[in-house]
Design a protein around this ligand. Structure first.
Ligand code: FES
Length: 598
């Protein structure tokens, strides 16, 4: 009899029934501590499969068999009876298990395991990514984590897929990296959701896209200064191929991540606040992605940012940056002074005026804002210090965002904040060694300060920041669990911006754990069909909170995050449902019955 094994049954096998009974009934279901197993007799052969449809768990025993094809009667996915492989990719393959006929009885192996579980789920993830199948991605993510595959390895698989299957860095890779960055602060059960969202957004980004075409480095190895000049030149004239080959040459020459960051930031800031800050943010994320997946992949990942960088529209092309004050000219004038200013500030390494500088950056006179930056440099502020002040000031724009603004204006505030965070991270990476050679990159701070200035109307009138000046907020709960539950409840309803801010302030002013609060905010994002900006906002906020710690400034930053997220919640939560279905299918339960009994 084909489709059967004649080995002696082991204790892993369960008795399904007699072959005669199976022939009469056509199918039997074996229940037990294992997942339900469907045994089918078809044209002289016996097959055993997971009885739960891999799509949404409908019992396959209620399906029909014709010409070796099993059809589920819920959404009509079709499966090859012998292999379990699906003809409908959205449904996924159904697991099969060995079956034995011995002495007229049918035995099935109750264990569906694969010889190499990690390899099996890696292949499933590759399939899910290639065909943009959320359910397959979710199951593969679950399977890989259960098989003990390190999170960094999963991120690497997805990132390299994203880099190869799309002609340039995109939203998906940014989301993947942002979520991977916060994995260390997430509770273990949230890691699955974070990786799922990152991977599904990369898959969606690549769906239907032309793959990336490889380019080669130059045969020579010019010095870093020449490579930097060339990359600026090619960016200015929008010559993508030349820029990519120049960057690939810099990578092949073994330039350190810090020097590469300087080379790219110098080129990127040839245009001011390009693509409303996204271009610089993507560059920073590509660097952070390499920190996560390993710099041996630099040639595969880093050049993916070049296409957008050379094509980006700079703010210098917009009226607001030229009239009534020429902000671009103001930045250019100051750039020419930067080397001397840093030279004057050298030796004063104990500058700590971050919060005070941030307040000056929020002023309404662009010349005075630029002067404040210059004065800080003269007093010893390093480039990364300027970036930190800028990011905090930008967070305050969000924290004080007036509810009378149009909803779309949240994005204006958001763009400045995530851009400022990216500038801060890039300047931190570049460091202070050989500062004379990389003052050009500090233009990113000047541009960010002008973008922040232009967004000043968002705080007219400013929203109050709860918890300042010793405000107690005694009308709110006291213990962290109740505050957390109230926060989740607030995010379940629209327009709870101020309540969310007050609950965040309440949590922190009572001295409760910031990590628990961050985990709640992460959960708020991960349970939603969040927009791209929500992921960026969460991650930039966590980063900036890390720079300030549990201080007033740190509280302001998390309030900014909570207010933005509250303005964009709730959503349909369709992705959460997919993740939940995958989780329950992988757990082995009889999902359809669970749903029916709930
Ligand atoms: S096709 Fe089987 S549950 Fe949807």
């Amino acid at each position: 009899m084909e489709g059967t094994l004649m080995d002696a049954p082991s204790k892993e096998f369960a008795l399904a029934g007699s072959l005669e009974e199976l022939k009469i009934k056509g199918r039997l279901v074996v229940h037990g501590g294992h997942r339900p197993i469907l045994v089918i007799y078809d044209r002289g052969r016996v097959f055993a499969l997971d009885n739960r449809c891999p799509h949404m768990g409908f019992p396959l025993e209620r399906g029909s068999v014709e010409d070796g094809i099993l059809t589920c009667h819920w959404h009509h996915a079709r499966f090859d009876l012998e292999s379990g492989c699906t003809f409908d990719l959205w449904a996924d393959d159904v697991p099969i298990c060995p079956v034995e006929v011995r002495n007229g009885d049918v035995w099935v192996k109750t264990n569906f395991t694969h010889a190499d579980l990690a390899a099996h789920w890696r292949q499933r993830l590759a399939n899910g990514l290639a065909h943009n199948l959320d359910l397959v991605i979710a199951k593969a993510m679950h399977g890989q984590l259960a098989a003990g595959v390190p999170q960094a390895e999963i991120v690497r698989e997805v990132a390299l897929f994203g880099a190869q299957n799309r002609d340039g860095w995109g939203v998906g890779l940014t989301i993947l990296t942002a979520l991977a960055n916060i994995l260390p602060v997430l509770p273990e059960e949230e890691a699955y959701l974070a990786l799922f969202h990152g991977a599904r957004r990369v898959a969606a980004d690549c769906d239907g896209e032309a793959p990336r075409r490889e380019r080669a480095p130059l045969g020579s190895r010019p010095d870093p200064a020449a490579l930097k000049r060339w990359l600026r030149r090619w960016t200015n004239v929008r010559h993508r191929e030349a820029a990519e080959r120049t960057l690939l040459t810099a990578i092949a020459a073994g330039l350190s991540p810090a020097v590469l960051a300087d080379v790219l930031l110098a080129a990127e800031t040839e245009r001011a606040f390009a693509d409303t800050g996204h271009s610089l943010d993507f560059i920073n994320k590509a660097f952070e992605c390499l920190d996560l997946v390993g710099w041996q992949h630099a040639a595969a990942l880093l050049p993916t940012v070049v296409g957008q960088m050379v094509a980006a529209r700079g703010a210098e092309e917009s009226t607001a940056w030229r009239q009534p004050v020429d902000l671009v000219a103001l930045c250019e004038e100051s750039t020419s002074e930067l080397a001397d200013l840093f030279a004057a500030g050298r030796g004063s390494r104990d500058w700590s005026g971050h919060a005070a500088l941030a307040q000056e950056l929020l002023g309404d006179d662009p010349a005075r804002i630029v002067d404040a930056l210059k004065e800080a440099i003269r007093a010893g502020a390093a480039p990364a210090d300027l970036g930190q002040s800028l990011a905090y000031a930008a967070a305050l724009r969000v924290a004080r965002f007036g509810n009378a603004n149009e909803h779309a204006d949240w994005e204006t505030a958001h763009h400045v904040f995530t851009y400022a965070n990216a500038v801060h991270q890039m300047l931190t990476r570049i460091g202070t060694a050989n500062i004379d050679t990389h003052v050009t990159a500090v233009r990113g701070v000047l541009h960010g300060a002008m973008a922040l200035y232009l967004a000043r109307y968002l705080n007219v009138p400013p929203a109050r920041i709860p918890g300042d000046g010793g405000e107690q907020l005694d009308d709110l709960p006291t213990d962290p669990e109740t505050i957390g539950a109230a926060l989740l409840d607030a995010f379940d309803r629209q327009r709870q911006v101020d309540l969310a801010a007050r609950l965040v302030a309440r949590h922190l002013t009572l001295g409760h754990s910031p990590q628990a609060l961050i985990a709640t905010l992460a959960h708020v994002v991960l349970r939603e069909d969040a927009g791209f900006h929500a992921y960026q906002m969460l991650e930039a906020g966590v980063r900036q909170f890390g720079a300030w710690g549990d201080t007033d400034e740190g509280r302001h930053i998390l309030i900014a995050v909570a207010r933005y997220l509250a303005a964009h919640s709730p959503t349909e939560r369709a992705s959460l449902q997919t993740a939940d279905i995958a989780h329950r299918l992988m757990r082995g339960g009889e999902l359809h019955q669970e749903a029916g009994s709930s």
